[in-house]
Design a protein around this ligand. Structure first.
Ligand SMILES: O=P(O)(O)OC[C@H]1O[C@H](OP(=O)(O)OP(=O)(O)O)[C@H](O)[C@@H]1O
Ligand SMILES: O=C(O)c1cc(=O)[nH]c(=O)[nH]1
Length: 186
């Protein structure tokens, strides 16, 4: 089946509707970085939603279509359903894409791994996040991936809250599907 630009545009529009209706929470909130904000973009309510998750996979694949990578993942937990949605969307397009999970700390028992899933050593990988404010979370994943011998080709998020400069400083291309302006929160 041939995928048209119209299909991609309609997925992008439909995912935006899902994010606006299910993922935005207004009110004072403390962010991962310790900063305070007046709203939260709770993308777990979108990436773990049965209707929205397939859109997440397709939109994030479309966003990174020109990049060369064969594994995707990031810092648990926000990145995990993004990566698995992409794995399944890729499989539906006949492409084999592996996923991985970067633990916040190395596991102390079992295989004692920091990065779970098929081995990423020597592979071109995409680091993803659901949303990023400071770039801290995706860059923590990038550091662990580089330590494991992976070649990180880029960072990609569903919603950017201000991470572009930190990711550019780390010398990596940065892709985001939506800005706060797209969400009416800019
Ligand atoms: O660090 P930043 O780049 O500014 O991005 C914000 C981080 O906050 C959220 O996760 P959180 O730290 O709340 O943890 P969780 O994924 O385990 O829920 C989100 O999923 C990002 O990982
Ligand atoms: O910066 C964060 O911690 C953060 C912001 C946001 O809108 N959503 C989220 O999951 N984390």
């Amino acid at each position: 089946m041939v995928r048209s630009n119209l299909d991609a545009m309609s997925d992008r529009e439909n995912l935006l509707v899902e994010i606006k209706s299910k993922g935005i929470v207004h009110g004072k909130v403390v962010l991962s970085s310790g900063k305070e904000a007046d709203f939260y973009v709770d993308l777990r309510r979108v990436t773990l939603d049965g209707q929205a998750a397939p859109l997440v996979g397709r939109v994030m694949l479309d966003l990174t279509e020109d990049l060369d990578y064969d594994a995707v993942g990031g810092l648990t937990l926000g990145a995990d359903p993004v990566a698995t949605a992409m794995l399944h969307a890729a499989a539906a397009r006949g492409r084999k894409l592996d996923a991985f999970v970067v633990r916040k700390t190395q596991k102390a028992h079992g295989m004692q791994r920091r990065i779970e899933g098929p081995d990423v050593t020597g592979r071109r990988v995409l680091a993803v996040e659901d949303t990023s404010t400071t770039g801290g979370s995706p860059l923590t994943a990038v550091e662990a991936l580089r330590e494991a011998g992976a070649d990180v080709v880029a960072v990609a998020t569903i919603v950017d809250r201000g991470a572009a400069s930190a990711i550019a400083e780390a010398g990596l291309p940065y892709r985001t599907a939506y800005s706060l302006d797209d969400l009416g929160l800019g």
